[in-house]
Design a protein around this ligand. Sequence first.
Ligand SMILES: [Zn+2]
Length: 472
Amino acid sequence: MTRSSEAHSSATGPSGTGPRRYLCDLALIDGPDGTTRVEADVVLTIEDGRFTAVETGPAPAPIPAGTRHLRGLTIPGLANAHSHAFHRALRSRTQADRGSFWTWRDLMYRAAERLDPDGYHRLARATFAEMAMAGVTSLGEFHYVHHAPDGSRYDDPNAMGSALLAAAAEAGIRITLLDTLYLHGGLTADGHTPAEGTQRRYDDGSFEAWAQRVDALTAGDGQRIGAAIHSVRAVDPTAMAAIGRWAAERRAPLHAHVSEQRAENRQCLDHHGRTPVGLLADAGVLGERFSAVHATHLTDDDVALLGSTGSTVCLCPTTERDLGDGIGPTPELTAAGVALALGSDSHAVIDLFEEARATELDERLRSEQRGIHSATELLAMAGRNGHRSLGWDDAGSIAVGRRADLVTVSLASVRTAGTTQATAAEATVFAATAADVTDVVVDGRPVVTDGHHATIDVAAELSASIGRILHA
Ligand SMILES: [Zn+2]
C-alpha cells in the first residue's frame, strides 16, 4: 500500500465546519460487541465535533487531500479526573525531605496562600496545557481556593473558579469544575474544628452560601459545573446531605476525597462511629454520579457500598505513591462493580499512562500476582471511565456519535520502537510516557500537533507562572 504525501498535510477547517478526516495507522476503537481492540488503517470522519464515520480495512489509495495521517497508535481522549491545578507549583519542591501527607500539606498550604485570580489563571492555563500535551481532553478540577487570603470574598466571589474555567478554554480542553464545599478545619473525636489560617480561603461559611455562589457560575462550551465534598474532615453530615441533593437536582457530578489516610478513618470512626464511605452512604450521596477520590483504606463493607450504588473510584497512584498514602484495593473494587478512573491530583507528574501502569504494577507488588488489569482496561480507566465520572458520558471512545477526541502515541520513540499492532496497547500503558503523545484532538479541534501545543509555549509558561507564585 502506498500513501501520498498529501496525507501529511494538516487537517482543514475549524471545528464545526465541514468534515475532517484522519487516517490512523493503528487505532483503539470500540467494536460492535462492546469490546475495544486495536485496528490497522482506520479512517475517521469528524463533523461538528463528533465522529460520523469509523472505517476499518485497507486504507484508500491515494488518500484524499486534506486527510491527516496519524502514525503510531491513536486512542480515545484521556480524562484527568482529579486535579488541583496550583499543586503544579510544588513539583520537585516537596520531594526533598522526609515526612508524611501532613508535612506535605503544610507546604501545599503555603503555596495556596500566594494565589490570586490573575496568577492562578496563568498557572492553571499552563498546567492544563501540559495536560493537553499529555493527551488529556477533559479534566476534573477539584477547586477549593475560593476566597481572598483573609477569607473575605473577592468582588466577583467566583473570581478564582472563573479563572480556572478560562484557563481550560485557553488550553483547549474540557473542564468539569468540581466546586468544593469546605466548612471545617478538621475532625476530632469531639467534632469538627473551625477553619483557620489558609483554610479560611476555602470556607464559604455554610452550605447555603456555597450554593448561592456556585449557582452564579456560568460554564461555557465544553465546560460543566460539578460539586465536591472536600472530605469528612471539612464537611459535616448535614451539609453532605445538602450538597448531595444540590448535585442530584442538577444531575451534576459529585466527588469527595475519601479514606486517603488512615488517620482520617480513625477520626471519622471516633466521632461518627462510621467509616467515611459509611458516613457518605448515610448522607445519601453515593450513586452513579458520585466519585470517591483515593479510596485507599477501605473496609469490605465500604467496597460493597461503593459497588452496590454504582459509584466510581478515582485513583491517583502517582500522588498516593509520592505521599506514602498506600495502595487502594483495586481488584476488590472492580469485582464489586466499581468503575475506576484516574487523576494526577498533586501533579507530581502529569502522565495518565504512568497512573494507569501504576494501578496495575502497585497491585502486583501488593498481591505478588501479575496481570490483574489488562492494558485495554487500564486505558478505559484513563479514558472512558474518567469521562463518565466528570459527566461527559459521550466521550472517551472512538465510535460513531461520540465526541471526537483523539490522542496519538508515537510507536517510534526510543521507548516504544519495535511495537506491533498486537502489542500496541501494552506498549502504550507499560512503556510510553506523556512525551510520546504527538497529536491531540478535542471535540474535533486539533490542540496538539506534532508534539506542539496550538497556542501556548507550555514549558515557558509553566516556568513563568510558577516563578510568579513562588516569588510573590
Ligand atoms: Zn485531591
